[in-house]
Every structure is written in C-alpha cells, then in structure tokens.
Design a protein around this ligand. Sequence first.
Ligand SMILES: CC(C)(COP(=O)(O)OP(=O)(O)OC[C@H]1O[C@@H](n2cnc3c(N)ncnc32)[C@H](O)[C@@H]1OP(=O)(O)O)[C@@H](O)C(=O)NCCC(=O)NCCS
Length: 297
Amino acid sequence: MPGLVQAHELTLRQDYFGDSAAWKGLVDLLQDTFSIDVAIQDRFGGPDPTSMPFGYFDGDGRCVANFSAFSMPLIVNGRVIKAAGYQSGAVRPEWRGRGLYRDLMQRAFARTATEGYELDILLTDKPALYERYGFRSLPQHVFVARMPTLQKSGSTARQLSLEAPDDLRLVRALLQNRQPVSAQFAVVRQMEMFLLNACFNSAIRLTALSDNAVIAWTFDGETLWLLDIAGTTIPPLATILSALDVEPDRIEICFSPDRLDCDVSLQPYEGYTVLMARGKAADEIAGPLMLSPMAEF
Ligand SMILES: CC(C)(COP(=O)(O)OP(=O)(O)OC[C@H]1O[C@@H](n2cnc3c(N)ncnc32)[C@H](O)[C@@H]1OP(=O)(O)O)[C@@H](O)C(=O)NCCC(=O)NCCS
C-alpha cells in the first residue's frame, strides 16, 4: 500500500528484531495493546529466533502496527508438520480501520507460503477476522483423567525456579530435547513461549522428575491441571502424580494425553481464545485435542 504508507510516513520493516530499538517498539505496542510485557524474554535470550515480524513504524520510531509469523513444528497423528504460528497482531487505536493489519497479514501469509509451511495456526478472540483467509476453528477439549493407582514414588521431584540459573538450564535443555508430549497433537519444539507463559502465570509450578522431565502444573487444593511435560520421555500419569505428592479430587489434562497411559473423559474447553488452522495439513488434524497452555502464543 505505497499510497497509505507515503501519506502517513510509515516505514514497513521486516525481520527487525536484530534492531533493539525496533524490538522495544514492538514491546511497547504489545504492552499498550494487551498489557503484557514480552521484554521478559530478554532474560532468556530474547525472542524466538524463527520470528518473522512485519511492522509499520512512524517517524518517531514507534511501532504502530505489527503481525508476526514464527516456525512452530507440530506433530499431528504421528507426523511432524512444518507449521507456522501467527502472533503479536496489533494496530495502535489511532491507526485502525485503514487496512494496515490486512496489509501485514497478507505479507506474513505470503512469506510462509513461499517458505513451504503446510499448516498455519493461530489463537484469537476475533475468529471472523481470519475466516476470510481460510482459517477454521478447531474445537479444543480438556481431558479429565480417571484417578490412577498411586505407586511408591521412585523418582525424586524437585520444584524449579526460572530465576535459578541451573534450573533454567535444565528446563531449556529438556525443551530442546523433548519428546513431544503427545503423538496426536503437540508442538515438537517451542522454547520461548513455554518460558514466557511460565513467567506470566505465577500459579504455574515447574517440577523436575529425576532431571528427565519437567512437569508444568497448577493445583488449587482440589483440581490438578496438568499443563505440559517437557521430557526426554513422557512418564505415565501414575508416576507423575505419585512424584508430585498431592491428592487432588480431580485431574484435568490440558493436552492430548495419548502418552500418559491413563483413562480420560472429554470436556469441551471454553477458552477466551479460539484455536484456528488452515493449510494443506489441516485436514490431518482429527479427534479431540488441546494445545498445551504452555505453547499458547
Ligand atoms: C484487530 C486489529 C488488529 C485490526 O487492525 P486494523 O488495522 O484496524 O484492521 P484493518 O483496517 O486492516 O482491517 C482488516 C480487516 O479486519 C476486519 N476487522 C477489523 N477489526 C475487526 C474485528 N474486531 N473483528 C473482526 N474483523 C475485524 C476489517 O473489517 C477488515 O476486513 P476486510 O479486509 O474484509 O476489509 C486492531 O483493531 C487491534 O489492534 N485490536 C486490538 C488487538 C487485537 O485484537 N489484535 C488481534 C489479536 S488476534
């Protein structure tokens, strides 16, 4: 849209995270729009290196609009899929309604199409915005587990803190070398969102089991929510529960539980956002699923 850009002296920038002032511009845009501080990531080595941000900047260097794609390999029904996620979509209020977002979406979608991504996924509270680009909602379910028989715990459980360098190192190593938490539907590798989500919600506990797996979970005294497992192998639910040493009345698993060796019933997940997908691999997504809250983006 050369006319619009020239008229308002906006500059289009792509792949600009190497410029710390421009990265700060996006941090400010997301803070002002969503009240989240993504600069926390600077503590963990910065934003996802696979990010493909597209942004418009004004003459003062303010980021007024942005839409980013990033690489998010997924496993779907046992097959690793080259998937792209889309995030950080925002336009400053005074710039809305002029087609800036449409322009940035089209640029990002064209880029990932050129790079051969076979699946596009996003989370949104405005599904209508993306339906016109072929995205379809994927219903999500929480898996309510039948209480497993507890075993005498053979593994040592240790509470981790991302503030402690050794703990952070362990979490990062396990995220790097993880077995996907599900073979049906899960991220294959995604480090930055796991760490950011752990920081955003102080109720999330990270517990290491024998340094082979980190369990992300919350517990309100009655319900245990199992959010994710970053491990070289995925332990059965009975092993996890025995090691966590809690006695919940109810267990809700927030990802497809096919590797947990447990019986589950389904409950529709009523989230604030809708998971949407499109692309030639979208038809392969079948059956009840949930994207782990630790992979939310
Ligand atoms: C949603 C938002 C990014 C739209 O930005 P914008 O620059 O005003 O959008 P555009 O002018 O480029 O409009 C793009 C299209 O989206 C549509 N649209 C805009 N806001 C919409 C909304 N809230 N719901 C549904 N569709 C919307 C427009 O009608 C337009 O449709 P068209 O291409 O068929 O003409 C902006 O309002 C915003 O930042 N909102 C707050 C943050 C947010 O919700 N981000 C999206 C997170 S998924």
